[in-house]
Ligand binder design. Structure first.
Ligand code: ATP
Ligand code: MG
Length: 220
């Protein structure tokens, strides 16, 4: 079986001279795997998710995703895969302030022109119900609490039923009950749809509930 993700990074450099992260870093992920990534602040976890999630293609190395070489994909294809195949729960995913929470969550469906599809409507209702945000659907993001906003970001990330869900500290601003709801929904999707989960976290309890835990180390 070929891997879902086959990433070989020699290094990722920034403009600042002499500084690089993810030196000689390799990662293979199979479909349906539950993987967590831990490591001290600044080691490159978010940078790695940006690479896996096709937001960053500026690094030395090779990356095969769904059997395609990412460096050969057109910008249109990259954007399409980001919308349809990959769900992001990122630290700074902004919601659009002028739209209601419901429209924010449904935005990826609108981009893909499938918001009227009945199975999609069912999936929407199920997600909203499971993470308990029915009451804020008509509110604007700035009328919600931080925890409510992060649950909306989460709903938007999973609404397309993506094959891969990348989460960057998904539970950081949540209380225990909401943290459990989010994790249960993630793990349910993994079971039901074989969704691959890659979760960056400082929460060792959450990390250890994944099948595999990777520790990123500084190796300059
Ligand atoms: N655009 C950028 N320009 C220059 N340096 C950057 C840039 N983005 C990230 N870095 C640097 O790369 C390193 C890795 O950053 P990254 O955000 O990936 O860390 P992290 O492991 O996610 O940390 P945290 O746990 O604090 O979120 C840091 O030293 C950071 O300062
Ligand atoms: Mg980070």
């Amino acid at each position: 079986m070929t891997s879902l993700i086959k990433l070989e990074i020699q290094k990722k450099t920034f403009k600042k001279k002499g500084f690089s992260i993810l030196n000689d870093f390799e990662l293979k992920v199979e479909p349906g795997e539950r993987l967590s990534i831990i490591g001290e602040s600044g080691v490159g976890k978010t940078s790695l998710l940006n690479i896996i999630g096709l937001l960053d293609t500026q690094y030395q190395g090779s990356y095969k995703l769904f059997d395609s070489s990412v460096k050969e994909l057109s910008r249109t294809k990259l954007a399409e895969w980001r919308n349809q195949k990959i769900g992001f729960v990122l630290q700074e995913s902004a919601l659009i302030h002028s739209l209601t929470i419901e429209d924010n969550i449904k935005l990826p469906l609108m981009y893909a022109n499938i918001e009227k599809d009945p199975t999609v409507q069912d999936h929407f209702k199920r997600i909203i119900n499971k993470i308990g945000i029915e009451s804020i659907l008509n509110k604007k993001p700035l009328e919600c609490s931080g925890g409510q906003r992060s649950r909306a970001v989460f709903a938007r990330a999973v609404i397309m039923n993506p094959q891969i869900i990348l989460s960057d500290e998904p539970t950081a601003s949540l209380d225990l009950a909401n943290k459990e709801k989010m994790i249960n929904l993630l793990f349910d999707m993994n079971k039901e749809f074989n969704t691959t989960l890659i979760t960056v976290t400082h929460d060792l309890d959450l990390a250890n509930r994944h099948q595999r835990v990777i520790t990123l180390e500084r190796n300059e």
